[in-house]
Design a binder for this molecule. Structure first.
Ligand SMILES: *Cc1c(COP(=O)(O)O)cnc(C)c1O
Length: 227
């Protein structure tokens, strides 16, 4: 438990230091704690240390943790692949969705967003290093999907999310984020203010290239055990 709090502080220090090093505004990078496979008790501990934003990949797992943590004022982010039969529950139980990669899913999320809730914040997932993941649109599809999604009433398009191919070279880590950041700026839509860039192993490169949300799992909660 103390390890967790220590790691949380270390990540905050790393983020603040990267903001200074790369001339980013203080507080412009949000920490999203990625809690997939981790129990609700660890989320509670992290919450009590001040963390408010949590990210989950698997719907059923997320819903049971949300139920256990109902008393906590958590902002929930869905960051995993989305099947169309899951959109109703996602639209009802999350504040953000980072992994939208087609119009059909975006339409369903908008239609199914309950009217008593604020519009759902979404990011489009862009696949920049094609071999890394099956999810995400290509960069050439970004402008058109942005136009289409912007017209949907109950979702609010905020920006993009990316998971580049891993690299342990800083310059190589920066390159895809630089390309994506510029592509979004070229769309000339000031409402696109969110760059969901960076995980445990490339947080500095992501912040250097404009990240506003870093999604950190392993560096905070330790390695994951599936099964
Ligand atoms: C699991 C996951 C993360 C966290 O990755 P770590 O390397 O453990 O920090 C971030 N983003 C997405 C989309 C994930 O699925």
């Amino acid at each position: 438990m103390t390890t967790l709090i220590h790691r949380l502080k270390t990540i905050h220090t790393q983020i603040r230091q990267a903001e200074i090093n790369y001339q980013r505004h203080t507080g412009s990078v949000l920490l999203l704690a990625v809690s997939k496979t981790k129990p609700a008790s660890l989320i509670a501990t992290t919450y009590q240390a001040g963390q408010r934003h949590f990210g989950e990949n698997y719907l059923q797992e997320a819903l049971s943790k949300q139920q256990a943590l109902g008393a906590f004022d958590i902002t929930w982010h869905f960051i995993g692949p989305i099947q169309s039969n899951k959109t109703k529950a996602i639209a009802s139980h999350f504040d953000w969705v980072h992994s939208v990669d087609n119009l059909k899913i975006a339409r369903r999320l908008s239609e199914q967003r309950p009217s008593y809730l604020a519009p759902l914040n979404i990011c489009l997932q862009v696949n920049i290093s094609d071999e890394a993941s099956k999810s995400g649109i290509s960069l050439s599809e970004l402008a058109e999907l942005c136009e289409q999604v912007t017209t949907l009433p109950n979702i609010k398009l905020r920006g993009i999310m990316a998971i580049p191919a891993p690299s342990d070279n800083f310059e190589q880590q920066c390159q895809p984020y630089k390309t994506l950041y510029q592509a979004v700026k070229n769309l000339n839509k000031p409402e696109l203010d969110t760059f969901s860039f960076g995980m445990s192993d490339d947080l500095n490169a992501a912040i250097a290239e404009g990240s506003t949300i870093v999604r950190i799992g392993t560096a905070l909660f330790g390695s994951r055990h599936y099964g």
